[in-house]
Design a protein around this ligand. Structure first.
Ligand SMILES: Nc1ncnc2c1ncn2[C@@H]1O[C@H](COP(=O)(O)OP(=O)(O)OP(=O)(O)O)[C@@H](O)[C@H]1O
Ligand SMILES: [Mg+2]
Length: 265
């Protein structure tokens, strides 16, 4: 493994926010998509996960919050193994993991405000959730976040009336409403134009800086990854082939990650 720089955790003896050990995923038995990945994710900044299509980046992110069941290995979130949690304990850990999607995953017929508020659903009792009865402090937090992402004036618009960039801002505000300890983003800019992509990465960079939480981003755009990430994980064939700062990522690494095709300028 090249340059295995592992930025320090918060304090000695304190577990990293997120670590995976020997993480393996087989959708079909005998065909591993993730091949025993072990990684300590940095506690701060944007970590970009790059790698060719089909190499398991989404699978990695989805295993972390158990949208996908890992086949083997541990996912240590604040030291607790997500892979072994169930029921209430799983729900309580999962709500501290914010998730941002390529296709936004908004409820199209609901308003922007309702979509953002839904980030709190994991904190409501079942009757409150059923009635969608959010406490006033949740509503105040939603207004604050809508302001942060520049969408306060769109609060009562339906989600399906927004542009892609605006939708992604709603998706990010919804994830931050969870008051997450970590934010996972699976190709948050792949459906967006280059300028909007930069704006979304700036927003994610602002979140990691002001909220002091790690942000892990699957991203295909290597220049964008290098510009915004403080750490890069390069995957190929379901394994880690680079784990270090963006400055250490050479053309040789990129050839190893993406194959030695003449795709580079
Ligand atoms: N639900 C599933 N059932 C079966 N196979 C799956 C499933 N999800 C993903 N795979 C397979 O696992 C492999 C890794 O897929 P994954 O989506 O994690 O890759 P990726 O690196 O995110 O790719 P992309 O860059 O195209 O998003 C692929 O071969 C894919 O076909
Ligand atoms: Mg993917």
């Amino acid at each position: 493994m090249a340059g295995s720089v592992q930025p320090a955790a918060a304090a000695p003896g304190t577990p990293a926010t997120l670590e995976v050990r020997g993480l393996t995923k087989e959708y079909r038995r005998g065909t591993p998509v993730l091949r025993g990945i072990s990684l300590v994710f940095p506690d701060r900044g944007i970590t970009a996960v790059i790698g060719p299509s089909g190499t398991g980046k989404s699978t990695l992110i989805r295993c972390i919050n158990r949208l996908v069941e890992p086949t083997a290995g541990a996912i240590l979130f604040h030291g607790a193994d997500m892979a072994r949690l169930s029921g209430r304990a799983l729900r309580e850990h999962r709500r501290r993991i914010g998730m941002v999607f390529q296709e936004y995953n908004l409820v199209e017929r609901l308003t922007v405000m309702e979509n953002v508020l839904s980030g709190r659903l994991g904190y409501l009792s079942s009757w409150q959730a059923f009635l969608r009865r959010y406490p006033p402090q949740d509503i105040a937090m939603a207004w604050e976040l809508l302001d942060t992402v520049g969408l306060a004036q769109y609060a009562n618009r339906r989600a399906d009336a927004l542009s892609g960039g605006q939708r992604q801002r709603v998706g990010i505000a919804r994830a931050v409403m969870q008051q997450p300890d970590i934010l996972l983003a699976d190709e948050p800019t792949s459906s967006l134009d280059p300028k909007t992509s930069v704006e979304i990465m700036e927003l994610l960079a602002g979140i990691t800086d002001t909220r002091h939480i790690p942000v892990i981003v699957n991203i295909h755009n290597v220049p964008l990854a290098k510009r915004f990430a403080s750490h890069v994980i390069g995957m190929a064939g379901g394994a880690i082939v680079y784990n270090g700062p963006p400055g250490g990522l050479t053309d040789d690494h990129l050839n190893q990650i993406y194959g030695g095709e003449d795709w580079q300028e």
